[in-house]
Design a protein. Structure first.
Length: 259
């Protein structure tokens, strides 16, 4: 008779039991989740293919396989002298591969893809047109800015030439004992004073023009013409010539561009 085990021995006392709360429940959840995953894998393997997928697979297999002698069309070509891999046509310059088959599988109507493509192209063309218009507007604005800057620069230069001409005119007139300028604005800084004196002495003639009606360029042209005619002087050369022949021979011209 086997000896009865001593319940006070080390084999019973040293056994450690896992008495953490909720552990059996966690084990059950993990086991259920593992069974569910295995069932899903089995369902994926045993899942039946849809009719559309089966048709697609059969079509792909058929298109991948080359035509054989059992095909009536291919048999007729062989009777006319065609060989596999040979190009079509009397001179052999036709196509080698058959025309690809495009199967419509979506639910959209005929021409829908072409419509989407046309709309995409129109949208792209509209975007390009917008970019071109923006570039043209920027170029126009830049050109207008350059023109305004150049115009302002030209105006400043003309005003500087006019002031130099007025100072030279006053100096040369004074050297000839001319006390009053031919026109009030011929001398720099004396225009208003001379105009008041002339208005008291005489009334303006009908063909007499006022300086306010003239532009800076017109004043400069008139005054430089006066200096050349009366004093044989060119402001751009900075020289008073001896006579008219000397002026015409040695001076490049009556404008700033000539110099």
């Amino acid at each position: 008779m086997a000896e009865e085990e001593d319940y006070m021995s080390d084999s019973f006392i040293n056994v450690q039991q896992d008495i953490r709360p909720g552990l059996p429940m966690l084990r059950q959840i993990r086991e259920a989740r593992r069974k569910e995953e295995k069932q899903q894998e089995a369902n994926l393997k045993n899942r039946q293919k849809s009719l559309k997928e089966e048709e697609q697979e059969r079509r792909d297999i058929g298109l991948k396989n080359a035509l054989g002698c059992e095909n009536k069309g291919f048999a007729l070509l062989q009777k006319m002298g065609y060989k596999s891999g040979q190009a079509l046509g009397k001179s052999g310059d036709g196509i080698v591969e058959p025309i690809p088959l495009n199967v419509k599988t979506g639910k959209s109507g005929l021409g829908h893809e072409a419509l989407l493509k046309r709309k995409a192209e129109e949208k792209l063309e509209s975007y390009r047109r917008k970019i071109r218009m923006q570039n043209q507007a920027e170029e126009t604005a830049a050109e207008q800015f350059r023109l305004r800057f150049k115009h302002k620069h030209d105006e400043v230069k003309l005003e500087g030439d006019l002031r130099r001409s007025q100072r030279a005119c006053r100096q040369l007139d004074t050297q000839k004992n001319i006390q009053v300028p031919r026109e009030a604005w011929y001398w720099l800084g004396l225009e208003e004073e001379t105009e008041e004196e002339e208005e008291e002495e005489k009334e303006p003639e009908e063909d007499e023009y006022k300086s306010e009606d003239l532009s800076v360029l017109e004043k400069l042209q008139i005054l430089t013409g006066y200096l050349r005619e009366e004093h044989l002087y060119c402001i751009w050369c900075g020289t008073a010539y001896e006579d008219k022949e000397d002026l015409s021979s040695n001076c490049p011209g009556p404008t700033s561009a000539d110099h």
